[in-house]
Design a protein around this ligand. Structure first.
Ligand code: IVH
Length: 688
């Protein structure tokens, strides 16, 4: 290995860090995404050639390692206190008066502070920094000599969860920060900030979860918190979380005199600081800046639930100190969540692509956070009962994370007595077949239900699935209502005459559509798997399945056990897949797709990492303190191992927890290697 390689690698890393800062912090990229990707690729290539030169702070090392079984707890060097909240301007003014009173009092009683005129003057001139209050999750990041060492959640304020692996995947968190002048590089620096999920990412994530018939996140904050607490950082990496740094925690020298200087230094180091902070010289200015953001914040791509007002001088922070709960130099001014009152005109039922019935409230139109709202999701039927929602009720509606309208509560005082309770449907509103209850959901099981068929075809053609341009809902409604198609496979036998005469179609659009249909035949296997609309299988699971099986036939022939062995495929999904491919109706549809000449082979079969326990078979018995069964199974599967439920002579390891069952005896009889919790943990560590 020549000196040249080391230099080249370090040079590339420095370039990438420089461009990260330009892109994420200064919002002024100097190169295109393509050029940036080329730098990354070059670095990856060199690191592959010289793996001994890979360091954890390399820009290529954001996602690595295997899932953890649980998070360890870390104590905060300085507690992460909360901040006092208010919704009123008057209380903000009182906050300013209180600070002045306290400072004056402290100085009068403190003989060490010389009674010079300047002191009173200082109290008169309190500067405040006003920042946006980002609605996400508070975190702390610990750096030593500029290198990211550890990151944790706030937890109870004294101890939080070590979520370092997940935080490393957040692209605008520097893994090593920059310091132009090496002498001023702090040996230790703690950065505090907020992790958030941009609105667009939140919407994308919820769309994916909807596709997979998985519960959606109620708002971007919950989605960010959930993503940060995932045990597998590979999944967190896909969530596109972001950071805004808003303060220093612990640092080893005190060369900064003001909060503004800290923010500027953080930016200089390459941390993303929200650009909309402002230095204000009096409370009136603070209040008017706070109010100026009440509406403007809605144009941002992240959630802002208020403003944070901080005393600028760090000396004053020390003088003011903290109560047991919150520092006295900071206060947040929160915006009232926007609510509106309206009437429920009707409760309609939507039928999803797998037959799930979802109630939707139809509302008298009302203005809410800048849009007209006339429908609100009710999630499921239990929610109607829990909130006692009746047709004709006046209700409070709110946008969850200012995005999805929801019914918050019923205004019972407004009831006149003629409101109608909602009766659970016994039949599908479209095909009239009986519905059955499955947990909190009601479901129509008729595979020929036209409502389901329409949804399935819409989904099949949608952008995330087969991406057939121009094949929209209006067209699909007509094709199914006129019995031209029954299912999505029939799309491929559509002829020009079938569609040209339909409403809103013409010769040109009909031709374009046929071309788009033809083109979709070559799409990647994972998109086809996703497009099939198998319950619980969204685009991510489809990628996993395509990578594992490589062909549709192999997937269709897989057993529940085989599927369960795949990392990220749980038993619910496994059963759903087997059910799908064993149903005679869906089998017919799939074979029609194949005869239409659709591509059913993966182009790039992903290879699974090889580890110590790859292909080894595990059985688990008893409970392992601190871990759920699912967590243990996931770790084994991700390392390429298999988990089965019965001990046989094919079993390689039996993992034994507390109160083991009869499996232990059986394993002893067969002479199978038995691992207790520690031995199991050691094996996993060695395999990582
Ligand atoms: S300062 C001791 N600044 O709001 C001061 N907090 O409700 C620490 N937050 O726990 C907080 N944006 O998670 C500060 N610009 C900002 C903020 C901010 C969001 C969060 C933070 C805090 C919570 C308090």
């Amino acid at each position: 290995m020549g000196k040249k390689a080391i230099e080249e690698i370090e040079d590339l890393r420095a370039k990438i860090r420089y461009h990260d800062k330009k892109y994420y912090v200064e919002n002024m990229p100097e190169i295109t995404d393509y050029e940036y990707d080329q730098l990354m690729k070059e670095l990856e290539k060199l690191e592959r050639a010289y793996p001994q030169l890979i360091t954890p702070d390399s820009p290529t090392q954001r996602v690595s390692g295997e899932p953890v079984l649980s998070f360890t707890s870390v104590e905060h060097r300085i507690p992460m206190l909360s901040i006092e909240n208010t919704y009123s301007e008057e209380e903000l003014k009182e906050f300013d008066r209180r600070i002045r009173r306290m400072l004056k009092h402290a100085r009068q009683n403190d003989s060490s502070v010389p009674a010079r005129a300047g002191n009173v003057g200082l109290v008169d001139e309190i500067e405040y920094v006003v920042e946006l209050k980002i609605d996400g999750v508070a975190i702390t990041l610990w750096y030593e000599k500029g290198i990211f060492i550890r990151g944790a959640t706030r937890g109870d304020g004294f101890k939080g969860d070590d979520v370092t692996a997940n935080l490393r995947t957040v692209k605008n968190i520097p893994l090593r920060f920059l310091c132009t002048d090496n002498k001023s590089m702090p040996s230790v620096l703690e950065i505090r900030g907020e992790i958030y999920l941009p609105n667009k990412e939140f919407q994308r994530l919820n769309r994916e979860r909807e596709e997979a018939d998985e519960p959606q996140f109620a708002n971007p904050r919950n989605a960010a918190a959930g993503s940060l607490k995932l045990l597998d950082s590979h999944i967190t990496a896909k969530r596109n979380l972001r950071l805004f740094a808003y303060a220093f925690g612990y640092y080893e020298d005190d060369k900064f005199a003001s909060h503004i200087e800290c923010l500027e230094a953080a930016k200089e180091f390459g941390f993303p600081v929200n650009p909309y902070y402002k230095l204000c010289t009096n409370m009136d200015e603070v209040i008017s800046y706070c109010n100026s953001w009440e509406n403007k914040r809605k144009n941002l791509d992240y959630q802002v639930d208020g403003m944070v007002v901080k005393v600028n001088s760090l000396k004053l922070h020390d003088e003011l100190g903290s109560t047991s709960k919150a520092p006295r130099w900071v206060m947040s001014y929160k915006y009232h969540p926007e609510e509106a009152i309206t009437r429920i005109e009707a409760i309609k039922i939507q039928v999803g692509k797998t037959g799930t019935l979802t109630p939707v409230a139809e509302l008298s139109s009302v203005q809410l956070s800048g849009t007209t709202v006339s429908r609100a999701t009710l999630h499921n039927f239990d929610e109607i009962e829990r909130k006692d929602i009746r047709i004709g009720d006046y209700v409070v509606v709110q946008k969850a994370g200012e995005i999805i309208p929801q019914v918050v509560r019923v205004i019972k005082e407004k009831r006149k007595g003629n409101e109608k309770p909602f009766n659970l449907p016994k039949r599908c509103p479209v095909c009239k077949s009986d519905v059955l209850k499955e947990e909190v959901y009601l479901r129509c099981y008729n595979p020929l239900c036209t409502a389901q068929a329409k949804r399935r075809v819409m989904y099949f053609a949608s952008r995330n699935a087969m991406d057939i341009e121009g094949f929209g809902p209006a067209l699909i409604e007509q094709l199914i209502d006129k019995n031209i198609i029954e299912d999505y496979a029939d799309i491929y036998s559509l002829r020009f005459d079938d569609i040209e005469s339909l409403e809103r179609m013409g010769e040109k659009s009909a031709r374009n559509l046929l071309n788009a249909i033809e083109k979709s035949k070559d799409i990647d296997l994972h998109r086809l798997i996703c497009a099939l609309g198998i319950q619980h299988v969204g685009s991510h699971a489809a990628e996993v399945l395509s990578g594992h099986f490589g062909t549709l036939d192999k997937l269709a022939g897989a057993s529940v056990e085989e599927l369960e062995e795949i990392y990220e495929i749980g038993s619910v999904m496994a059963r759903s897949i087997v059910k799908f491919f064993s149903n005679s109706h869906t089998r017919k549809v799939v074979s029609k797709l194949k005869s239409a000449g659709i591509n059913t082979k993966a182009t790039n079969k992903k290879l699974r990492p090889v580890s110590n326990i790859a292909k080894k078979s595990f059985v688990i018995t008893g409970t392992l303190n601190g871990y759920t069964r699912k967590e243990i199974e996931d770790v084994i599967k991700n390392l390429g191992g298999k988990v089965s439920s019965t001990v046989s002579n094919k079993t390689d390891f039996l993992v034994v927890g507390e109160s083991p069952g009869s499996k232990l005896e059986r394993a002893k009889e067969l002479g199978i290697t038995i691992l207790n919790k520690e031995e199991f943990e050691n094996l996993i560590k060695k395999s990582n």
